[in-house]
Each structure stands twice: as structure tokens, then as C-alpha cells.
Design a binder for this molecule. Structure first.
Ligand code: BG6
Length: 496
């Protein structure tokens, strides 16, 4: 990552909201602190609330203390960071309220101008139109949109079209913060920077793939949003499908802007579609769950239906497991099991590549059966790549056991570790779209997800319950057991 000398003005719409406070301001602070952004960069927080620069800085300071580690937040760095900050009261959907902002931006000349919409996606169209009508879209302007783009294919397409009336596609940066995670980048390095794996990366050698994003958190005060969304829209449609795409895509010819996106789109289009005519497939290959009362790290936590702002009769899922299949040459017959949930036993996001058994069991009679190789790419909370290999146990007899080659990716020398939002914000300023989603990608993901949502609607009933602090409903375990497989942590349990 190179330091950026590009002068910019970043207008954060909704800077005082949850995302602004938790992710954006800390990320911008770190970019400032570590000298990654030009000293000529200004940040304008805009919102409807009456306020001024001083009151905003005070508010930002309070939330910085909550969201930035104390040893990183020095008085000096914070003070110099705040020199970049400004605040303007704007009703972002109303073009007539942009005068003051326009005045302050005017002396920025033709510098890069970024509009970051940290608002409800339902406002994206109206805000883009207002920015355009206020005459603020310059040739060097960009707009950043947070997920979820829409709640289904139609609403996503409508949002994309209205934003597209004000900004050209190359100016639109649709964020999926999973793409900014260090280990996700490492997945590409692993696949395309080494000759070892790529020849094995196909159905001849891989039995199946598991992608898990498990959280111990519940809905954290976002019950209102989450109850309308659920795990499928909140996590699968974007984060998990992106991980699937990066795992399954063909090597792009270059790392150039659209080339990776084109490969990802091909994967999305090759996903075997679910459809309502074969609703029993949806019943069989998908699992939806919702947590009930349980314990996380020894603390009792309430069930989903008792979370604030969640409807008492809600049928929203907080857990999803899916057996996805990719109908192309490379992946025919290799299931990709996806799983995500809130209030699960552990926080862990990882991709597990389970290789096939050796073709001939040479050591069978002398030891425990050979366990097939397994590659684990862990994104969080720790970051590593582990390769399970069979080795000989020390001693006189030929007994084999599995050992792990462990590549620890965290805490390596090389300075400050970039968090996802830091990397992505820097890419926006630099105009690099590789890690952002193209309109076609978002819509292709919805095209696959929507029939599942419709199928659940049609099937009716409630999501299956699971106790908070566990790995989801038993049907999720059965999803793999039926295929003679098991989720990775059950392997671990049974091996120890
Ligand atoms: C967000 C979801 O996109 O990702 C949240 O809206 C979820 O519900 C979060 O908690 C998970 O992100 P991370 O980086 O903590 O895995």
C-alpha cells in the first residue's frame, strides 16, 4: 500500500450515526496518524442536526475514546486530526440545503471529492439526486455506498439506477468491508502468488469448501434494521458470497479494476439457482435459525425475540446455513457450505478447503486412517493460514498423525496493520475500484439469494431455534452429515 498524496474532500453524510462513529472516523484517524493520506485532505461531516464544527469535534472526541484503543489515541494526533474536520448542517435529500457545503467545497478546486453515504440505503437515490441537483458532482467526484444495496433484486436495481443518474458507474464505490480484510487479500496472494495451490484448486482434489462467519454479538441496538433484514440479507448476500467468489473465481488476467470483478460475476452466475418450483430443494439445502435465551462466555443473553425493536412474532432469521453448488467445470460436484449466525459459540470467520482423501491408503493397516489435507484460512479474530498435513509420529513405529503448518499472519513486522475501512477509504481516495462491487455483481448476488427468501416465505413457519452460545440449530449439522461430512469445529472436537 502506497501513501496517498492525493488532496481530497470527503463529505460523510450521516457521520454522527453508528457507522460513522464506530468505523469511519476511527479509520480516517488512523490514516491520518500513520501519514497515509495527504495533509491536504478535508473531512466534512454533514447531517440534518443543527450543529457546528466545535460541537461535532467534541462529539467525535467522545466516541473516539470509545472506539479507538487508548494507546493509539494520543492527544497530539487527535488534535492534528481534528484540524481536518468540519461540520455542515444539510438535509442530504434536499438540494436546496447544500449552499453552505457548496461554498466550503468551492475552494477545493478539482481535488478528489468523495461523498460517503453512511445512511439508510433507502435514501441513496434521493441523496445522489440532491447532490447532483446542487451541482456538486465534479469529474473527480466519487460516491461510496454501504451495503445492503436494496432488500431484493428489484429494490437493488432501483437504487443502482437512481444513483446511476447522478454518478457514472466508475464513480460509484459499493463497499463490502469483508473485501478490505487483511486475510481476504491474503487469500488472493495465496492462490495467485504461489504455484502450489492453483493446480489443486478444483474438483479433482477438493472435496468441499466451508465458509463460516460466526459472531457472538447479538443485534447490538440495531434490532429495527436487523428485524427487516435478517442474516441472509445482512451477511450471506454480500460478505459470504464475496468470500465464495474469491475462493472460487478463475485467476484474473490482471489485478486491474474490472478484471477481478468480472471473474467474481462469472462465479455468481454459475451458482446453481434455487427456485420455487423445486421448493423441497430449498427446504433441504438451506437452514434458517433464530437464537433463543442462552449464555455467551458465561453471561446470560436474551433470545432474539426479546431484543429491543424486534417484533414479538418476528420470523427473521439470525442464522443461515446453505449448501451452495457451482455449476462450472472447476467446481462441479464440490459443495460450498456457507454458514453465518449471531450469538454463536465463538467469533470466527474462516474459509476451510477440505481436500480429498489420498487415492491409495498405503499406511492404512499401521495407523489411524489418513486424514485428508485441509487448508484453513482464518480471517478473524486471529489471522492465519493453516495447512493440515499427515506426518509420522516420532518413534520406532510408522504411525501417522496430522500436524499443522501454521502461517500466522497477525503481528508481522511491517508497521501499522490496516483495518478493512482504512484500506477501503484509501482506495476510494486513490480511485481504485478493485475491492468494490460492481452493479452487476450486487444484482447477480440478489438473483441467487431472492428465490431462497421467497421459498422461506412460501414454506412459512418459523426459523429453527438454537440456544445462544451454540453453533446453530441441529439441522445445520444434519445438512453436512447427510453428505457424510461435518462442520470444521466438530472435526476439531472429535479429534481432540
Ligand atoms: C455487517 C453486518 O455488515 O457486518 C453486521 O451488518 C455484522 O450485522 C458485521 O455484525 C460483521 O462484521 P465483522 O467485520 O465484525 O465480521
Amino acid at each position: 500500500m502506497t501513501k496517498s498524496d492525493i488532496p481530497f474532500d470527503m463529505v460523510v453524510v450521516g457521520a454522527t450515526g453508528d457507522l460513522g462513529r464506530r468505523k469511519l472516523l476511527p479509520a480516517l484517524y488512523f490514516l491520518h496518524k500513520y501519514g497515509e493520506i495527504s495533509s491536504q485532505g478535508r473531512i466534512f461531516a454533514v447531517s440534518r442536526q443543527e450543529g457546528n464544527r466545535d460541537s461535532f469535534i467534541e462529539q467525535a472526541g467522545t466516541s473516539a475514546k470509545r472506539h479507538i484503543e487508548a494507546d493509539e489515541l494520543t492527544t497530539e494526533d487527535w488534535a492534528s486530526f481534528t484540524e481536518r474536520l468540519d461540520y455542515v448542517t444539510v438535509d442530504a435529500t434536499d438540494a436546496t440545503t447544500y449552499n453552505e457545503l457548496a461554498k466550503r467545497l468551492a475552494d477545493g478546486g478539482d481535488r478528489v471529492r468523495v461523498f460517503y453515504l453512511a445512511t439508510s440505503p433507502t435514501l441513496y437515490g434521493a441523496i445522489s439526486r440532491a447532490i447532483h441537483a446542487a451541482g456538486l458532482v465534479t469529474p473527480t467526484s466519487r460516491i461510496v455506498l454501504e451495503k445492503p444495496i436494496g432488500t431484493d433484486l428489484q429494490s437493488a436495481a432501483a437504487i443502482n439506477s437512481s444513483v446511476g443518474e447522478a454518478f457514472e458507474e466508475h464513480q460509484i464505490f459499493r463497499i463490502d468491508h469483508y473485501l478490505g480484510k487483511e486475510t481476504v487479500q491474503n487469500l488472493m496472494a495465496l492462490r495467485f502468488g504461489n504455484i502450489l495451490f492453483e493446480p489443486m484448486w478444483r474438483s479433482e482434489h477438493i472435496d468441499h469448501v466451508q465458509i463460516t462467519a460466526a459472531e457472538t454479538l447479538g443485534v447490538e441496538g440495531r434490532g429495527g434494521y436487523y428485524d427487516k433484514s435478517g442474516a441472509m440479507r445482512d451477511m450471506i448476500q454480500n460478505h459470504l458470497l464475496q468470500l465464495l467468489c474469491l475462493t472460487a473465481m478463475e485467476p484474473p488476467a490482471q489485478l486491474e479494476q474490472d478484471m477481478i470483478r468480472d471473474e467474481k460475476i462469472k462465479v455468481l452466475r454459475a451458482l446453481r439457482p434455487f427456485n420455487l418450483e423445486e421448493i423441497e430443494e430449498i427446504e433441504q439445502k438451506t437452514v434458517r435459525g433464530a437464537y433463543r435465551l442462552g449464555a455467551i462466555a458465561g453471561e446470560t443473553v436474551v433470545g432474539y425475540l426479546d431484543e429491543p425493536d424486534v417484533a414479538k412474532n418476528s420470523t427473521t432469521e439470525t442464522f443461515v446455513a446453505i449448501k451452495a453448488e457451482i455449476d462450472n467445470w472447476r467446481w462441479a460436484g464440490v459443495p460450498f457450505y456457507l454458514r453465518t449466525g449471531k450469538r454463536m459459540g465463538h467469533r470466527v470467520s474462516e474459509i476451510v478447503i477440505q481436500f480429498k482423501q489420498v487415492p491409495h491408503q498405503l499406511f492404512k493397516s499401521r495407523s489411524r486412517a489418513i486424514q485428508p489435507n485441509r487448508l484453513v484460512i482464518r480471517l478473524q479474530p486471529d489471522e492465519f493460514i493453516k495447512l493440515g498435513l499427515m506426518t509420522k509420529r516420532p518413534g520406532p513405529r510408522m504411525i501417522l498423525e496430522r500436524e499443522e503448518l501454521n502461517l500466522n499472519l497477525a503481528d508481522r513486522p511491517g508497521g501499522h496493520t490496516f483495518q478493512a475501512y482504512e484500506r477501503l477509504l484509501l482506495d476510494v481516495i486513490r480511485g481504485v475500484t478493485t475491492l468494490f462491487m460492481h452493479r452487476t455483481e450486487v444484482e447477480a448476488a440478489w438473483t441467487w439469494v431472492e428465490p431462497i427468501l421467497d421459498g422461506w416465505q412460501e414454506l412459512g413457519g418459523r426459523p429453527r431455534s438454537y440456544n445462544a452460545g451454540t453453533w446453530g440449530p441441529p439441522k445445520s449439522i444434519a445438512l453436512l452429515e447427510r453428505d457424510g461430512r461435518s462442520w470444521y469445529e466438530h472435526h476439531v472436537d472429535s479429534e481432540s
